[in-house]
Design a protein around this ligand. Structure first.
Ligand code: SAH
Length: 238
């Protein structure tokens, strides 16, 4: 069983976990998310969790004591992979999601304001992860993104594990376009090949679309794909 422990000062943001397939999986206890309020661990009499930065500068910094104590209380044995959501981290991608899906327990720390005291990162955190090159006000949405992406790899969360193998990024390409009923919509018809039932043709059509869409939208992935093809060709010649 897989468990996420989230440390945050805005626990209400995790209400979002109640909806969709994730909500259903949590209800059925396919996996677990425990949300912990960092404020509960503050020894300050007003439960204060932030202070002005040493060295000056704008904004407030989250103080180390409540976070450090929360981490030690939730994960005393360091059984969790401890992650701090941070724009300074490595950017989350498909490979990282798959790697994290192998972990039994993941602890996610959400920062706010200007961020958290560096000493908590040095003492307690295994890895910093960013969800993209932009800055958000807090780590809560990034944590939800991480939980959502990783939990799709937990058996029982998605209706069928098969859909995982047919998605964007699985083989380095973006996904082919989807169509459903009606066959004609606002004058646009579903490509003929998809309705004629010839699976070889359908696979060929989809593979071509994947390459085309990747080349158009993501030159970086497309170049990687071409390199992989060349390496495989060389292997075959040998
Ligand atoms: N001063 C920091 C930004 C702080 S934003 C800097 O310039 O790097 C406040 C909090 O939001 C951070 O502590 C982090 O937990 C979260 N956060 C903001 N943007 C993020 C991103 N792109 N990915 C992951 N977490 C992010």
């Amino acid at each position: 069983m897989k468990k996420f422990d989230v440390l945050t000062i805005f626990t209400e943001q995790f209400e979002l976990l109640k909806s969709s397939v994730i909500g259903k999986a949590l209800k059925e206890k396919v996996f677990e998310v425990a949300v912990h309020d960092i404020r509960d661990y503050s020894l300050n009499k007003h439960k204060k969790c932030d202070d002005a930065p040493f060295g000056g500068g704008a904004g407030m910094v989250m103080t180390p004591q409540p976070i450090h104590d929360a981490i030690l209380a939730v994960d005393s044995e360091h059984a969790c992979r401890r992650i701090y959501m941070s724009p300074r981290g490595r950017v989350l991608d498909h490979e990282t999601v798959k790697r994290l899906a192998e972990e039994e327990r993941i602890l996610i720390l959400c920062g706010n304001y200007e961020g958290i005291d560096q000493r908590v990162i040095d003492l307690d955190i295994d890895e910093e992860i960013s969800i993209g090159d932009y800055v958000l006000t807090g780590g809560e949405l990034p944590a939800l993104v991480l939980i959502n992406a990783v939990s799709r790899y937990i058996p029982g969360v998605l209706g069928s594990m098969e859909s995982l193998n047919e998605e964007s990024f699985t083989d380095g390409l973006l996904e082919y376009p989807h169509y459903t009923r009606p066959q004609s919509f606002e004058g646009l018809s579903v490509p003929e090949v998809l309705v004629n039932g010839n699976h070889k043709e359908i696979n060929k059509f989809r593979a071509e679309r994947m390459i085309e869409i990747t080349r158009k939208n993501r030159k970086d992935l497309y170049r990687k794909y071409l390199r992989k093809l060349k390496i495989n060709e060389k292997k075959e010649i040998k």
